[in-house]
Design a protein around this ligand. Structure first.
Ligand code: PNS
Length: 170
């Protein structure tokens, strides 16, 4: 069984992530998307919400599973009995961080290899951070994320804006 894990924050999942998910799922028997529960960051969506969005947008991919994890990616891989980490490379700016991570992971777990896929050109500019920023300033994000994700972001942004208004009044 050739099993890979695609770890990430996915806050939220974008068309760029989906491109990597579809292509890497075609390379292995099973792809597990590992959603990091990162206590150091305050995400826009809880791990449960991120997992549910990912499950929804990958429901047509039979060999893809979505789980959350905390701690080291390599420990999660060992728990899942997986040998490959999948990561997408958008541009040269990703390279240094990704290489450092891959080398560290390889030293910690020599049996685990990282597979890098180059992001399709049309998504090379895309990140969850920019999507959130565009949404916060009222921009159209329909070309960046699936419809159900865009709806969730719109809901969250309107909640944040309402809370800001209440804070300004009180
Ligand atoms: O989507 P992201 O935020 O770029 O994903 C980063 C992620 C989750 C792959 C990375 O931060 C990670 O693996 N975190 C878990 C902790 C870990 O294993 N750190 C060691 C790698 S150097």
């Amino acid at each position: 069984m050739r099993r890979a894990v695609y770890p990430g924050s996915f806050d939220p999942v974008t068309f760029g992530h989906l491109d990597i998910i579809r292509r890497s799922a075609g390379l292995v028997d099973e792809l597990i998307i590992g959603v990091l529960v990162n206590h150091a960051k305050t995400p826009l969506f809880s791990a449960e919400e991120r997992v549910n969005m990912l499950k929804d947008v990958t429901k047509n991919l039979p060999n893809v599973r979505v789980e959350s994890f905390s701690g080291l990616s390599v420990d999660f891989l060992e728990m899942c009995n997986a040998r490959f980490i999948v990561r997408g490379l958008r541009a040269i700016t990703d390279f240094e961080y990704e290489l450092q991570m891959a080398q560290t992971n390889r030293i910690m777990s020599p049996g685990i290899d990282t597979i890098f896929l180059t992001t399709s050109l049309e998504y090379a500019y895309l990140s969850s951070t920019t999507v959130k920023e565009v949404a916060l300033y009222g921009g159209d994000i329909s070309r960046f994320v699936p419809g159900i994700v865009a709806d969730k972001i719109a809901e969250r942004v309107s909640h944040i804006k309402k809370a800001e208004k209440t804070d300004n009044i009180s």
